[in-house]
Design a protein around this ligand. Structure first.
Ligand SMILES: Nc1ncnc2c1ncn2[C@@H]1O[C@H](COP(=O)(O)OP(=O)(O)OP(=O)(O)O)[C@@H](O)[C@H]1O
Length: 248
């Protein structure tokens, strides 16, 4: 999936909220998006999800199935959690929501009306709805906000699993909930500009450069078609691995 020089503003004459963002996302990427309040994170996520179109520039090769868990789950709907998830499963062509509800510790919530849920519980409904369709692109807006401790611990492994089977995961996060995941890409929005930290590709400053060094960075060239499987395998073995350049 590729973002080519995308800029976005909500209305003509408004200032641009996103300015000339360029990025390439490949299967297996797990990305953390940070930035100050109002920096444009939610806007960028909505553009990635296809819920808004860039004012300028293009987004190409978006995976066919997108799961999106918004910052504020719209809980003012007259359904119980079960009725809502069943409905969404039908819309998603018979997707299975029950295993996700179990994994996200939602048993005690299923009979409750959506309107009675706390922010964290409503967020779990949003997560289940986003996960059930086995998305090729999973977009999570502040997924850790208000979550209970067990679910906070579960979410990074879910993100890794989706990456390992060739999906792309991007989550805006103030809380560092995905930090420490091998190969995590770190994006930040600063004054409407998208920046990527290249931390994952640098040797730590503390690592001696020769002799008994602790880490090494290697480049591997391989057929493009094998990239998702290769990245997933490396990450599965605990290495930080990501694509660094497009060749040919
Ligand atoms: N529907 C809208 N119409 C007009 N302006 C908007 C709209 N939604 C957001 N904005 C403006 O766009 C800018 C970026 O907002 P956005 O919600 O994308 O930021 P954010 O980084 O997600 O912030 P937060 O961390 O507070 O959620 C802000 O100045 C905001 O006021």
């Amino acid at each position: 999936m590729r973002l080519s020089q995308i800029s976005f503003r909500y209305r003509k004459r408004d200032p641009f909220v996103i300015q000339e963002a360029d990025a390439r996302l490949v299967p297996g990427d797990v990305i953390e998006l940070t930035g100050a309040n109002g920096a444009g994170k939610s806007t960028l996520l909505r553009l990635l999800a296809g819920l808004a179109e860039p004012t300028i520039g293009t987004i190409a090769d978006r995976p066919a199935v997108v799961g999106f868990a918004p910052d504020r789950f719209p809980s003012a709907q007259p359904f119980t959690v079960t009725a809502y998830l069943r409905h969404m499963a039908r819309v998603r062509g018979g997707a299975r929501w029950e295993p996700w509800a179990e994994r996200l510790n939602m048993g005690h919530l299923l009979a409750l009306p959506l309107g009675e849920l706390s922010k964290g519980s409503a967020h779990k409904v949003g997560l289940t709805q986003a996960l059930m369709a086995d998305p090729g692109l999973l977009i999570l807006d502040e997924p850790f906000a208000g979550l209970d401790a067990d679910t906070r611990d579960t979410l990074p492994s879910i993100a890794m699993e989706i990456g390992a089977r060739g999906g792309i995961v991007i989550a805006s996060d103030h809380q560092g909930g995905l930090r420490g995941l091998p190969g995590l890409r770190q994006w930040s929005m600063v004054d409407g500009r998208l920046k990527e930290s290249s931390e994952a590709l640098q040797e730590p400053e503390t690592a001696p450069r020769a002799g008994g060094r602790q880490e090494a960075v290697v480049a591997v060239t391989l057929p493009a078609a094998e990239l998702p499987r290769f990245l997933a395998r490396m990450r599965g073995e605990g290495y930080r691995a990501r694509e660094i350049e497009e060749t040919g």
